[in-house]
Design a protein around this ligand. Structure first.
Ligand code: ZN
Length: 160
């Protein structure tokens, strides 16, 4: 069975950056399950999964535009240190929740200068070319319920 829209796919993957550093991997874990065509995984990877079958092993290179987006300088924001609540002392690299007009997002603290804290709201993998080593483990039809919910149920998926 080939991967097309509305198939449930189980896959093992290893994600590396251009220097070969492993960013994420399913090694030693259950395979990742997702619903093809539902936007469960990044667009550039989903597109390259199309037509593959169980047992296929391949490399998929995903450019930032089809991954986590280009790095966007305008997503840097300077806020006063006094805006941090309670006794939390901001540190570079720390992840913080921030409210934006689009809702809550996670930012990381990029820089601290005096009373000014620079927040970076880019995704940590923004601007990065992603190199996936993929092994397709299983392909099956999605159930009506999975299609209605837009995600996979059962092992490796949603439990509810
Ligand atoms: Zn569900």
């Amino acid at each position: 069975m080939q991967i097309t829209n509305n198939k449930v796919v189980q896959m093992h993957y290893k994600l590396t950056d251009d220097q070969g550093n492993v960013i994420d991997s399913s090694e030693g874990r259950e395979p990742l399950s997702y619903l093809q065509g539902a936007g469960n995984i990044i667009p550039g990877l989903e597109r390259q999964m199309e037509g593959k079958a169980a047992g296929d092993k391949f490399k998929a290179v995903v450019e930032p535009a089809e991954g986590y987006g280009e790095y966007d300088e305008s997503l840097m924001q300077v806020v006063p240190k006094s805006g941090f609540q309670g006794d939390m002392e901001p540190e570079v690299g720390m992840q913080v929740q921030v409210g934006t007009q689009q809702g809550t997002t996670i930012a990381s603290i990029a820089k601290i200068e005096g009373e000014e804290v620079t927040l970076d709201m880019n995704h940590p993998l923004a601007g990065m070319r992603l190199n996936f080593d993929v092994e397709v483990v299983d392909v099956r039809d999605a159930t009506e319920e999975e299609l209605a919910h837009g995600h996979v149920h059962g092992p490796g998926g949603h439990e509810h």
